[in-house]
Design a protein around this ligand. Sequence first.
Ligand SMILES: Cc1cc2nc3c(=O)[nH]c(=O)nc-3n(C[C@H](O)[C@H](O)[C@H](O)COP(=O)(O)OP(=O)(O)OC[C@H]3O[C@@H](n4cnc5c(N)ncnc54)[C@H](O)[C@@H]3O)c2cc1C
Length: 289
Amino acid sequence: MFPATFEYHRAHSVKDALALLKRFGQDAKLLSGGHSLLPMMKLRLAQPAHLIDIGAVGELAQIAEEGGKVVIGAGVTHQQIADSALVRGKLQALAEAAAQIGDVQVRNRGTLGGSLAHADPAADYPAAVLALEGEVKLEGAQGTRTVKAQDFFVDLLTTAMNPDEILRQVSFSPIAVGTGCAYLKRPQPASGFALVGVAALVSLGRDGSCEKVRVGVTGLGSKAFRAAGVESALAGKKPEANAIAAAAAHAADGIDCLSDIHASADFRAELARVYTRRAIEKALERCAR
Ligand SMILES: Cc1cc2nc3c(=O)[nH]c(=O)nc-3n(C[C@H](O)[C@H](O)[C@H](O)COP(=O)(O)OP(=O)(O)OC[C@H]3O[C@@H](n4cnc5c(N)ncnc54)[C@H](O)[C@@H]3O)c2cc1C
């Protein structure tokens, strides 16, 4: 399969990429790892006349600690995130999501920014970015703005980004003492995409009850989402098995569950409940450390 003809441009900086985006407008697409865009182009689901390659833009490829936050550039690959001691230590659920994406080749080419911008409903990162309350920094001709993860995923393959914007980085508060997080998924056996994936973050208060609960779910509906019903059902409760199971039972509440040849809506909903319970249990195991 071959994509339609396009013109290739290599950007050397974010400024360069933004200038090219401005010049070619709606006819242009940014190219990062190419592991979502190129398949779309080969299927002729996307036919950009201009590709702006940001793969060599060094300023997008850093993982750093800045002002008490962990900041990950849009061009950082899945493998770099999975291997990063900083991410593994301070944002374990994100490292776990990265490590479970596709195969070695996909992880070595695909990037955080590309995955979030593409907003595949079965992508792994969105669940972790939601549970860890990441903040997405966007830059465009009008300047920069920051969008909370909860507001970033709008619908199937649709985000809060404008076409003239570039996703620059995602920043996170590192998880605090007494807090644990985890990402678990049931992969579709051929592609590795999530039939359902759940990231959970739990903080225990001084009295041993669940002070803060955050749950991000992917694969279940047209976009990844925070499972508000689970979070409110467990907050303030002691982390006992029946309370966790009762909270996890709300994982699919209000969601129009996807149904396809890989899994029915009912099966996906049940997976969501089971994986939510397991992800919360795993996060709780890690609170003690
Ligand atoms: C065989 C296979 C298996 C896979 N399995 C999984 C899996 O298990 N889990 C999973 O989550 N994903 C999976 N993927 C998808 C993979 O993770 C992609 O790498 C990722 O979705 C897109 O990242 P990319 O860097 O390749 O982006 P690209 O394909 O280059 O771009 C994707 C989209 O994002 C836009 N874009 C890219 N970077 C930016 C930016 N900085 N700012 C604004 N827009 C930008 C592009 O214009 C394009 O529209 C798989 C892909 C393949 C081919």
